[in-house]
Design a binder for this molecule. Structure first.
Ligand SMILES: CCCCCCCCCCCCC/C=C/C(=O)SCCNC(=O)CCNC(=O)[C@H](O)C(C)(C)COP(=O)(O)OP(=O)(O)OC[C@H]1O[C@@H](n2cnc3c(N)ncnc32)[C@H](O)[C@@H]1OP(=O)(O)O
Length: 308
């Protein structure tokens, strides 16, 4: 548990994060798509080739919606630094991700990020931080997307100054990741095997946390081997929705929530079940080999074809 005398939640909430910048090219876009399994089982997949190649002479490579999450990673070049917050970075886990997409991504771009603390919670055995990043296209000034990243800091809780646990968030309740999974049969199911080297490929998109590559660090963190990045699992799940429900059109995705329920080991098979509720897709991803749910959430769509 953190030393509660050293952490002042009010000070943390008043902290001003500096703006950060990030640039990407079509190469980054294609590498990201490969990192979340696009074209891995069929190199000429008619829904996915456009994410990695100028298919049929298309001018620009298309960008998958979860690429948005990569833009906010540029905000943490040297870890998450909050005044007074003591935590062991080796025990950090990604808890949730919320993404809003405001316009289709260009295939290359210079980005300006505005970062703020959107939530802070004391869970006793853990501290939860919610970091919001708004990403603007530098050239036009347009807001492209917003990411809210929930990090679960094991061992860093216990900083509350009163008997009720400290809890602060500055966003609407309907933007949380908790979903109720319907009892009915899923509308659609997509199965995809991650590759044993999946995390080694995915990390090249910008998340170099050794938890995903170093066996010794993984053991210290409590895992038998390096685990998959949460955002890689989310990428697989949303790619399944783009394929099975959006007929390959990434621009139909308006917002995404995801809660990481359990770790995934690279090489495991991910089965994503999807239920349609109006323009919202509820989804759950299960590791087939262990029969365990590892991710659940929802995706809001725009322009859903009523013939579905
Ligand atoms: C300058 C800064 C700018 C920064 C800008 C960008 C920041 C980007 C940072 C990105 C960092 C990414 C690093 C990536 C790491 C990874 O990818 S790790 C791999 C992916 N994640 C996982 O594998 C985690 C899987 N989940 C779990 O293992 C467990 O769910 C858990 C997180 C360990 C929690 O389990 P447990 O301790 O058993 O929790 P509970 O006892 O059930 O609940 C305690 C309270 O916590 C709440 N809670 C539980 N799970 C989560 C969750 N996933 N997210 C958020 N909150 C969670 C739960 O509701 C309980 O609260 P109460 O109900 O109020 O009691």
């Amino acid at each position: 548990m953190a030393d509660s005398s050293e952490f002042d939640p009010a000070l943390a909430l008043s902290h001003k994060f500096p703006d950060t910048t990030h640039s990407y090219t079509e190469r980054d876009v294609a590498l990201y798509a490969l990192g979340i399994g696009a074209c891995a089982s069929d190199a000429v997949d008619e829904d996915e080739l456009k994410f990695v190649y100028h298919e049929n002479g298309q001018e620009f490579i298309k960008v998958l919606p979860t690429f948005a999450a990569i833009l906010s990673l540029g905000s943490i070049p040297s870890g998450i630094d909050l005044p007074g917050l003591q935590y062991d970075p080796r025990l950090l886990l990604h808890g949730q991700q919320y993404i809003e997409l405001y316009k289709p991504f260009p295939s290359s771009c210079h980005i300006q990020n505005k970062v703020s603390l959107a939530g802070l919670h004391d869970k006793g055995k853990a501290a939860i931080l919610e970091i919001e990043t708004k990403s603007y296209e530098k050239e036009s000034g347009d807001l492209l997307c917003m990411n809210r990243t929930t990090v679960y800091l094991r061992g860093a809780g216990g900083f509350s100054k009163s008997s009720s646990p400290f809890s602060y968030s500055n966003y609407p309740l309907n933007q949380t990741s908790a979903v109720k999974i319907p009892e009915s049969k899923p509308f659609s199911v997509f199965e995809d095997r991650t590759h044993p080297s999946q995390a080694l490929l995915y990390r090249l998109s910008g998340d170099y946390n050794p938890l995903h590559s170093d066996p010794l660090i993984a053991k210290v963190a409590g895992f038998s081997q390096p685990i998959l990045h949460g955002l890689c699992t989310l990428g697989f799940a949303v790619r399944a929705i783009v394929k099975n429900i959006c007929k390959g059109d990434p621009d139909m995705i308006k917002s995404i929530t995801g809660r990481f329920l359990l770790h995934v080991y690279p090489g495991e098979t991910l089965v994503t079940e999807m239920w349609l509720e109006g323009s919202r897709v509820i989804y759950r991803t299960v590791v087939k080999e262990r029969k365990r749910s590892v991710l659940s959430g929802s995706v809001v769509l725009r322009g859903l074809n009523s013939s579905l």
